[in-house]
Ligand binder design. Structure first.
Ligand SMILES: *Cc1c(COP(=O)(O)O)cnc(C)c1O
Length: 444
């Protein structure tokens, strides 16, 4: 474990913060917050080449189908102990498919945390259901107590979101969902490779979803995956992600299977994407292992700074590590501390969001999503807000002030992205910068 004694606990007399004109701890930009991107290499190229050489980029059949998506799904199930996995074209589609598989629609209310990603809200609203906001706790995921308070006669489902690379109170939320007969989708878009007390990400609800977009723990540029233990839900997902019907062993559509005559959204994964994702899956443990090690080294080395709070993480071994969340006594201190860290050189390349107050974290906060706040619709009639079955939600408001803990954390918490490429020196310098700024700004 880190020896805190090796970092300057206090400023040398006269040593000014860089923000006040002193010498910065470091000057080189931190690596990009795109964990999988740095690892793309020979393995991905060989697998993609195989698909190109076979002239068969479609997963279900072709001149000489290589079945990369099948391999990805099988390997995911084996590695993470899921019964069924389905590759899709992105995480946003996976959310839509998962909720549709659970038959969520008009008249249904879906519990969703106020700290999430806009795709979570979009999936609920496009299916005709109503998002019901639930507050977070210090885990930065759904607060089970607030969840209990928000359950009402129209509540049909809960969308649990494992934010910023780690878990929340997944087991408690799953127990409440079971107790109330709620369908549970677990959004693990930011938590691929994670676990909680030995149980894999995505196994706590009825369906788990993942994303392989560029910012996620592993990437194929675009891509996503659904997992479930239920064959029925899996078959519904298969039909919905495709053109709305089952497929036979030869990969041909089987529209006569009446149980799966549905509507599809055209979100299949290409075999080129499958090849990329399969290559990345082989590196996921290395990527998350690097991030976790660096993050926890920093956490332990700054934990004693007076007044500095850290996100609660129930199981450090299951944290995938891409984000460090720090909490400050006041909003002003949070802004000043973060600006001072940036001045010390704890920042990324231009355009990077490597070190920011969570105030700058955009549509991860409910009140920053204009389509939600203004109840926008894709249709002219205002669906789903105008649907008679949703009349119960007429007075629902989504403006700031709805969730006190979210509102508070947005103003007092900050985010540092942890790249898997951080060198030991990078990590030491991040720690030195935190301790230097902490000594100057946080009261002892
Ligand atoms: C990225 C993300 C998604 C959406 O995934 P895409 O592949 O970008 O569509 C959904 N939920 C969360 C929490 C995410 O971070």
């Amino acid at each position: 474990m880190t020896n805190r004694g090796s970092y300057p606990a206090n400023l040398a007399p006269g040593e000014a913060l860089a923000i006040d004109g002193g010498t910065p701890v470091r000057t080189a930009p931190l690596p990009w917050e795109l964990p999988g991107a740095y690892f793309i290499g020979a393995e991905e190229r060989a697998l993609v080449d195989q698909v190109v050489d076979a002239q068969s980029p479609f997963r279900f059949y072709g001149l000489d189908a290589q079945h990369m998506v099948d391999r990805l799904e099988a390997e995911w199930c084996r590695k993470f102990n899921h019964a069924f996995a389905l590759g899709v074209n992105c995480g946003s589609a996976a959310l839509h498919i998962a909720l549709a598989a659970g038959e969520i629609g008009p008249g249904d209310e879906v519990l969703v945390p106020g700290y999430m990603w806009v795709s979570c809200l979009s999936a609920i609203v496009r299916l005709g259901a109503i998002p019901r906001l639930v507050d977070i706790d210090r885990s930065f995921c759904i607060d089970p107590e607030d969840m209990r308070r928000k359950i009402g006669p129209h509540t049909r489902a809960v969308l649990f979101v494992n934010m910023s690379g780690a878990m929340g109170r997944n087991e408690e939320v799953a127990a409440i969902a079971r107790q109330h007969g709620l369908f549970m989708v677990e959004d693990c878009a930011q938590w691929a490779g994670g676990s909680l007390h030995g149980r894999s990400a995505g196994s706590f609800g009825d369906i788990g979803i993942f994303s392989f977009q560029l910012n996620k723990n592993m990437t194929s540029g675009e891509g996503g995956l659904l997992v479930t233990q239920s064959q029925h839900l899996y078959k519904r997902c298969v039909a919905i992600h495709d053109v709305g019907f089952a497929r036979n062993e030869q990969g041909r559509l089987d529209p006569m299977d009446e149980r799966y005559q549905l509507w599809g959204i055209g979100s299949r994964m290409s075999d080129l994407t499958g090849a990329m994702a399969l290559g990345q899956l082989g590196k996921l443990d290395t990527i998350t292992g690097n991030m976790r090690a660096a993050k926890w080294r920093i956490r332990e080395a700054i934990a004693d700074l007076p007044g500095l709070g850290l996100r609660e993480i129930a199981d450090p071994a299951g944290d995938t590590g891409p984000f460090l969340i720090t909490i400050y006594p006041t909003a002003e201190l949070c802004q000043r501390f973060t600006a001072a860290l940036q001045a010390e050189g704890v920042r990324g390349h231009p355009g990077s969001l490597a070190c920011i107050p969570m105030r700058d974290w955009g549509m991860h906060w409910y009140f920053n999503v204009p389509s939600l706040v203004h109840k926008r619709s894709l249709a002219r009639d205002g669906f789903p807000w105008s649907h008679p079955a949703n009349a119960f939600a007429a007075e629902y408001r989504y403006t700031r002030g709805t969730l006190p803990v979210c509102d508070d954390m947005e103003s007092r918490a900050a985010l540092l992205t942890i790249s898997p490429m951080l060198s030991e020196t990078d990590t030491d310098e991040i720690i030195a910068a935190f301790r230097k700024v902490g000594a100057a700004l946080l009261a002892g």
